[in-house]
Every structure is written in C-alpha cells, then in structure tokens.
Design a protein around this ligand. Structure first.
Ligand code: NAD
Length: 337
C-alpha cells in the first residue's frame, strides 16, 4: 500500500533540471508531487512525481488547473538557458517568463495556495558590480540601483517585485531564491541552452586525447558554481523558513572559466588543449555569491566540493554523450561510394 502523502506540492518546470531534482526529493520525502512542464527531459528515474501535467504555463487556464488544490507551489518553469541563449534571446524570454510568472502568481492567489516559491537568479545583479574578475560576493541589497546585463535578468527582477507586491497586497506567503549557477547531473548538456559546466563537460567528453576544446572568451572571466543537491537543500530550507525576501543560493568559491575547464580536463584524464573564441558571448566579467544571509537565517551552506560535483557531472555527461553516439543513425557520407 502507498504511504499517505504529507503535503500537496506543485513543481513547475518539473521536467527540467532543478525542477526534476526538487520533485524527486519531495516525492521521496513522502509529499504528493504534481509536476507541470511543456517538456520532460526524461533523465530522472521514474517515479519522481505522482501526477504529471504536460502543459504550457503561458496559458492562464493551465496555470489555474495546475495550482488547484495545492498546498505549496515551486515555480521553476522558465524559458532560459546558459550565457549563449540569454545573450541572444531577449523578447521571447521576457514575453514567456512574464506570462508564466504573472499567471502563476495570480492562479496561486485565486486557488489559495499556502506558499509560493519563485526561482530568481544571480542575473538580476547590476552589471556595474561585475566588471572585474576578482570581485566581492554579491549581497542581496546589491541588486539596487538595478542594471542587469540581460533581458532575462530584468524579467527576473520585475518578477521578484511582483511576488513582493502579491505578498504585501494579498497576503500570499512567498519565498524567493536567487540561484547562482547551479550544476550537476541530469541537466541540459547540449543543444544551446546548457550552462558553462555542462558545456565544458560535454566538450571534454567528446574530445579525443590530445584534442582541442573551445573556450568562450579569454577564459579569465570568473563565476561560482553550486551543486544541485546543495541547491535543493537550500531551496527546502528557505521554503521551510520564515524569510520572505530574496536570498542567494550559491557558492562563494570563485573560479575562472580556465580553472573550471582545467578541473574537468583533469577529471577526464585526457590531455586537452584549450583554444579561445573571443567573439563568443561571455556575460559579465566576474560574478560571485555572498551567502552570509543564508548561513545566518537558514544555517545553510554548500557541502559539495567543486571537484567532487564536477566528477559526478562529467561522468553523467560523458555516459550520455557515449549513448548519443551509439543511438545516432549512421550517416552516409555523400560522394564516398
Ligand atoms: P531548465 O530549463 O532545465 O528548466 C526549466 C523548465 O521550464 C524546462 O523544463 C522547460 O521546459 C520549462 N518551461 C519553459 N517554458 C515553459 C512553459 N511555457 N510552460 C511550462 N513549462 C515551461 O532550467 P533549470 O536550470 O532547471 O532552471 C529552473 C529555474 O531556476 C528557472 O526559473 C531558472 O530561470 C532558474 N535559475 C536557474 C539557474 C541555474 O543555474 N540552473 C540559475 C538561476 C536561476
């Protein structure tokens, strides 16, 4: 007999990277989990949810149906991708995410959802604080005066404000996480929406020994990376806390893209040469997280080292790339017969 479920939880974007890990964690904990998404990447082992809705959340009726009889809602659905994607695509990102975030909030209000979680981003922080490679971690109040470097960041910031307004005017209980570069297995690793750890793992995995990989920019740009299991722990701790303002969920270990690539190359055991594509998008020059607030309020900080997290990620992506090669249909070379 199946155990009685604790709370009824909706995870939007539950077919994607963070959403599917979160849904699995909540399902394993004994909650009734409904996932809603347009696509399911299929990387999680089933079962990781109780109910699956294949719906487009840019549609008002779908948001109403998805939030019906839910105690908690984690809204992670977004049209998003790594730096290449969010540098190139502006209007679609603002339109789609604006619709999803507006309809989801209003549907939660009308359906009297107990608590609403919004997945914001480090991309909301202003460009002028991220001009150097060696920078201080971004603190939550640093968001203002606002000047995000992408449309994606502007939309997230506007959505944060709408969440704040719903809390003030309608008493909707809310939580807001600003994720900083979450990485790990079972995320997008090809197709143009992958983030830098996944892209570098894939490039190294498909390169031969003594091969070459391309790095976007000069490789000196810096970031910090937070492993998926740590991000999920932080998300749940935030949701269970009394804290309703935006909070960073990320890591304070600043590395350059060169450092990141070198760690992955070492994990692979291959000898690889790095080449630099200076015309490729590279985003802000330096970005790090300050997680003092999360430490104080939640007692949370990441546990996984970058080396260990990247080993898990590399092994998963390498196996996927191998499976992709095996399952790819043989291509007949034109002109060779
Ligand atoms: P993801 O792309 O793997 O997941 C997002 C999911 O949303 C996808 O499965 C996608 O199909 C779904 N989606 C998109 N449009 C939809 C629509 N119209 N209706 C229903 N579903 C739709 O990305 P992720 O990394 O898991 O990110 C989850 C959330 O966290 C997003 O809101 C993202 O902006 C935010 N975030 C992620 C990171 C990160 O490093 N991964 C950093 C900052 C913020």
């Amino acid at each position: 007999m199946r155990p009685k479920r604790l709370e009824r939880v909706l995870v939007t974007g539950g077919g994607g990277f963070i959403g599917s890990h979160l849904a699995k964690f909540l399902h394993d904990r004994g909650h009734f989990v409904r996932v809603a998404d347009t696509h399911f990447n299929g990387y999680q082992d089933y079962p990781y949810y109780d109910e699956r809705l294949g719906v487009d959340l840019r549609d008002w009726e779908n948001c109403v149906a998805a939030t019906k009889r839910m105690d908690l809602v984690y809204n992670l659905a977004a049209n998003m991708g790594g730096i290449g994607f969010i540098t190139e695509i502006g209007a679609e990102v603002m339109r789609d995410n604006g619709l999803i975030n507006t309809y989801m909030l209003e549907a939660c209000r009308q359906n009297r959802v107990g608590k609403y979680f919004f997945s914001s981003s480090a991309c909301i922080y202003p460009d002028y604080r991220q001009k150097e490679t060696k920078i201080e971690g971004l603190r939550e109040p640093d968001a203002y005066p606002a000047d995000p470097d992408t449309f994606y960041g502007w939309e997230k910031l506007a959505a944060e404000k709408m969440v704040e307004a719903y809390q003030r005017d309608f008493d909707l209980e809310v939580r807001i996480a600003r994720y900083h570069n979450i990485y790990g297995p079972k995320g997008t690793y090809k197709g143009g929406r992958e983030n830098s750890p996944a892209a570098l793992c894939r490039k190294v995995a498909v390169a031969s020994d003594h091969g070459v990989i391309s790095i976007w920019g000069d490789g000196k740009q810096t970031r910090s990376y937070c492993y998926i299991d740590d991000a999920i722990r932080g998300t749940l701790a935030l949701m269970e806390s009394e804290y309703s303002e935006p909070m960073n969920i990320g890591s304070e270990r600043l590395v350059s893209i060169n450092d990141l690539a070198n760690i992955i190359i070492k994990i692979s055991g291959k000898r690889i040469v790095k080449e630099y594509d200076l015309s490729a998008p590279q985003g802000v020059r330096g970005r790090n997280a300050d997680i003092d607030l999360a430490r104080k309020v939640l007692g949370w900080e990441p546990r996984m080292s970058l080396e260990e997290g990247l080993t898990n990620t590399y092994n998963w992506i390498s196996a996927r790339c191998e499976a992709d090669t095996i399952s790819a249909p043989a291509v007949r070379q034109v002109g060779t017969n």
